[in-house]
Design a protein around this ligand. Structure first.
Ligand SMILES: NC(=O)c1ccc[n+]([C@@H]2O[C@H](COP(=O)([O-])OP(=O)(O)OC[C@H]3O[C@@H](n4cnc5c(N)ncnc54)[C@H](OP(=O)(O)O)[C@@H]3O)[C@@H](O)[C@H]2O)c1
Length: 265
């Protein structure tokens, strides 16, 4: 039986790279969950000659669509799934770097924070819930929620990240959601972790001209406080993330892990 992976938010960036590297494994079947198949042009180009990747539509803000996605995966994979990798996040470079005083009004701040909460925090619940029965039916029972050092108060203080208000606050809440799933599913032998990918230049697939400049500035900010964080390629980050995922053990349940070692910064 092949090892099955669902990557939620697989159209581009880190999620796309997960699909690419997992699909290269001889024994893998990959379910690439995307909001819109036709618009996932980078994904479609990447998997054009692959027969072990299935593209499934699902939007993590829309629970009904995630239920349909899980039903489709179940019908294609004998009701089972080994690994759920929840990668989707609101990363829009027009808003993701905003801090308290960067919004034109409190209403605008409210809207952005609520939108980010729906994708980054509620999205984890919408995506994990319908896949739990499939994971239960398989032997592996691993859930990986992609997090960020920006969701860890100690790292945010160490690097002095004043901006990225909505992103950091809602990704921090997502760590708590993953922690709750870890406790909820512990007695059934699940391992649920949050895993940070490091600082990863995904500008090649964002379609946003400001993205690369923003990522390089972020790398400079880390460097200026003596951090060991460097800007990485999706290939390098995901290769290291998969080493962590391949080595997950029961005692890792509930942990907040980094792709390259024990601390984020
Ligand atoms: N890049 C970094 O340096 C970095 C650092 C720390 C953590 N992370 C984390 O790594 C993960 C991936 O980030 P990335 O840099 O690869 O971002 P990205 O290139 O902007 O990709 C984001 C992905 O999320 C998907 N997505 C957004 N909203 C969605 C929704 N409502 N439903 C389903 N999918 C949705 C996007 O799909 P569409 O194409 O449909 O928009 C896209 O596939 C995120 O969880 C992020 O927080 C990244």
């Amino acid at each position: 039986m092949p090892v099955s992976y669902a990557v939620i938010g697989a159209s581009r960036g880190i999620g796309l790279e997960y699909v690419r590297q997992l699909a290269a494994r001889a024994d893998a079947v990959v379910f690439a969950v995307v909001r819109n198949k036709q618009r996932s042009t980078h994904l479609l180009a990447t998997i054009a000659n692959l027969n072990n990747v299935h593209v499934v539509e699902g939007d993590v803000v829309d629970y009904e669509s995630m239920k349909r996605a899980a039903e489709e995966v179940a019908s294609l994979n004998d009701g089972k799934l080994d690994y759920l990798i929840h990668n989707a996040a609101k990363t829009d470079h027009k808003t993701v770097f905003l801090g308290f005083y960067d919004y034109p009004s409190m209403d605008a701040l409210d809207v952005d924070l609520m939108d980010a909460f729906k994708v980054n925090t509620l999205g984890v619940i919408h995506s994990v819930t319908p896949f739990v029965p499939l994971l239960r039916a398989g032997p592996t029972k691993k859930i990986v929620v992609i997090g960020t050092g920006g969701g860890d108060p100690k790292s945010v203080l160490a690097v002095g990240i004043k901006n990225m208000l909505a992103y950091c606050a809602t990704k921090a809440a997502a760590v708590m959601v993953a922690t709750k799933w870890a406790l909820e599913l512990k007695d059934e032998g699940f391992v649920v972790v949050t895993l940070t990918p490091g600082l990863v230049d995904t500008s090649g697939t964002t379609g946003d001209a400001a993205a690369q400049e923003n990522m390089e500035k972020a790398a400079d900010d880390f460097k200026s406080v003596g951090s060991r964080v460097v800007l990485e390629t999706p290939e390098s980050s995901v290769r290291q993330q998969l080493q962590v995922i391949d080595g997950l053990k029961l005692e890792d349940n509930g942990r907040f892990l980094a792709h390259n070692g024990p601390s984020f910064v």
